[in-house]
Ligand binder design. Sequence first.
Ligand code: PEP
Ligand code: MN
Length: 348
Amino acid sequence: MLIVMDAHATPEHVERVCAEIRDLGYAPHPMPGPTRTAIGVTGNEGAIVQTSRISALPGVLEVIRITKPYKLVSRDFKEADTVVSVGNVEIGGPGVVVIAGPCTVESREQLFSTARDVIAHGATVVRGGAYKPRTSPYSFHGLGEEALHYLAEVREQLGTPVITEVMDKATLPLVEQHADILQIGARNMQNYPLLKAVGRSHRPVLLKRGFAATVKDLLLAAEYVVAEGNKQVVLCERGIRTFDDHSRFTLDLGAIPVLKSMTHLPVIVDPSHASGYADRIIPMARAAIAAGADGLIVEVHPNPAFAVCDGEQSLVPERFAQMMQQVERVAAAIDRPLVGRTPLVTGV
Ligand code: PEP
Ligand code: MN
């Protein structure tokens, strides 16, 4: 249920409605807007029958029934786009944001060299895995805490926020301490205790779509995070499993406009894990931005042939520079600047 307050409703009116909702055994979520406040209600399993108790309260304009199973993340609850702030970078605003870096942190040198290159070409957030969810138990699983220290050093010395994956509740406090965004990987998209734990974090969350998850499953997973209080969630389309095996996964570009209409949360795309091969990343990155994505997360490695993880899908820095130039032009065509790059001079 969504309660829309009238434009003259006072904070006391809003609190009175919230108290009534709590009294009915549900949870109120006040969402102040530019002209009026809306109050979302969660915690009910079926339809709320006592709507007249609420609609009679002073300051209430309208009581709307929401039939979708996800509520807080839906556009029905909040029409305006959510802008997620990470340091001085805004994801989901007018600009397109590019996150880049190695699949996994292999050494301090490898991370710093990649970070310097991607920042020089316009990336505004640096990625790097510290804890890696590998398909085989015998593969390299990341440097763990050592990598977290290198990531924090990148943030301090290069002034760029960093993102890394958190795989379990046990390491969450450590990851939270060192990273600016908490990444929930595709394999953990439906790890509900983990979703609830990051929902109580003060750090923004990047939630990747599970490779067998529908758009609705993704929105419901995001709802778990937001329902715990953390509204700073970015969604990531990273490819799903289909019958076709021409690429590592099938990048579901059609999900981008669908998500953008269903939710107010920012949506970014990972063309690296979706494609699995470096030569497909630039076309898919261009297409993702053309389809309306708010940003990209891309794997870059100084020497992909020697990468311990995902080398075949990593761009070398020179190719990353080309990708940035092309993506900037595609973004300009739909009137979006690339965050962190001097705007293109057009018409000359
Ligand atoms: C990653 O981005 O490091 C990763 C493992 O991706 P995904 O969870 O999408 O497979
Ligand atoms: Mn990877």
